[in-house]
Write a protein that binds this ligand. Structure first.
Ligand SMILES: Cc1ncc(COP(=O)(O)O)c(C=O)c1O
Length: 357
């Protein structure tokens, strides 16, 4: 089976397992794990922040960040298909008591004007105060799309102007950095808090980081403990994350190239794909537009040895490239997917270059 369901399907490589086996460890809860301490120092530096805190999952990192930035009754603005709003089981309400204010954007990238229109001052005595804006880069629900740096800067500027905090859910920030050619710090340095995740394209078994100012990270450590995320010899896992920073960031460019090759070949073979949406390691297959129900398409693809996953968009399936997917896997997928879906190659445009009369 070629598993294109998600970049979370990665398994630790042999070299990563060696790094895990050789990890220097201690009691993380009292900050005596040298490998966790090293990871936190390095991550803060890479993200252009003063400090960072190691946690098991990106969901916990997001939730801790929101708890640090807001108080119960405050309002959070985020894109309606963002992970924070649709995949954390109401965590912002449960853990931080936040009201959520969804805004929509097909690309996942909402605008400063949308924030201006939605943000409430709360000075009427009965209206909640908007305190936090959360952006997701890359944006999972939009198909792994990237926020251009200028748009991140404009959002940060607007947040400063409106006295709002900016959280960046950068579970796939390194994909965004590699795709846009920007340093991670150039993007993440604009946010008040940042999440990164190691268990996706970076190929680790688990692990995430929440980063921000020293003062905010002091509070983040308290919430981490309160949320049950303070660990013991966590260097066993952090060693994989340190290894991934050294060896699995630059190679994301290969995942992006494979996704692009897959998308272009499938498009040419008649599979409904909007090539403009393919910016990183996600390829969205619009099987609905081909007249096939997603459950039927998934079953046919399964039968052909290709696993894909559903999305929040009706009729759309997702194929994601990652560390466990080779060029040969892509060659195979390029053959198998159109055949399984009965795709019809688009008729060639005869005389397409002829001058119209
Ligand atoms: C954008 C985004 N943020 C956060 C998460 C949560 O990650 P985790 O499964 O590590 O909690 C995910 C997971 O898919 C994600 O795509």
């Amino acid at each position: 089976m070629i598993d294109l369901r998600s970049d979370t399907a990665t398994k630790p490589t042999l070299a990563m397992r060696e790094a895990i086996a050789n990890a220097d460890v201690g009691d993380e809860q009292i900050r005596e794990d040298p490998t966790v301490n090293e990871l936190e120092r390095r991550a803060a530096d890479i993200l252009g922040q003063e400090d960072s805190v190691f946690v098991p999952t990106a969901t916990m990192a997001n939730e801790i960040a929101l708890r640090v930035l807001g108080e119960p009754g405050d309002e959070l603005i985020a894109e309606e298909l963002s992970h924070i709003l649709i995949a954390e089981l109401g965590g912002p309400a449960v853990h931080a008591g936040l009201m959520t204010r969804p805004v929509s954007a097909g690309t996942g990238r909402f605008t400063p004007d949308q924030v201006r229109a939605a943000a409430r001052k709360g000075d009427l005595g009965h209206v909640p105060t908007t305190r936090i804006v959360s952006i997701e880069n890359t944006h999972n629900g939009a198909g792994g799309r990237v926020w251009p740096l200028a748009e991140v800067e404009a959002m940060a500027e607007t947040c400063r102007e409106l006295d709002l905090s900016l959280h960046l859910d950068g579970a796939r920030l390194f994909n965004a950095a590699v795709a846009s050619g920007e340093a991670p710090a150039a993007i993440a340095g604009h946010a008040d808090t940042v999440t990164i995740c190691f268990s996706k394209g970076l190929g680790c078994p688990l692990g995430a980081i929440v980063a921000g100012s020293s003062e905010r990270m002091l509070r983040a450590r308290r919430y981490k403990h309160q949320f049950g995320g303070a660990m013991r010899q966590a260097g066993i896992v952090a060693a994989a994350c340190v290894y991934a920073l050294d060896h699995h960031v630059d190679r994301l460019v290969d995942d992006h190239a494979r996704a692009r090759r897959l998308a272009e070949a499938l498009h040419e073979a008649g599979v409904a794909i909007d090539l403009e949406r393919v910016e990183t390691n996600f390829v969205q297959l619009d099987v609905g537009a081909m007249g096939i129900a997603t459950a039927d398409a998934s079953e046919r693809l399964d039968g052909a040895g290709i696993r894909v996953s559903g999305t929040m968009h009706p009729g759309v399936l997702r194929a994601v490239t990652h560390l466990g997917i080779s060029d040969e896997d892509i060659d195979h997928a390029i053959e198998a997917i159109p055949r399984a879906l009965g795709a019809q190659r688009l008729p060639e445009m005869k005389n397409a270059t002829a001058t119209p009369t």
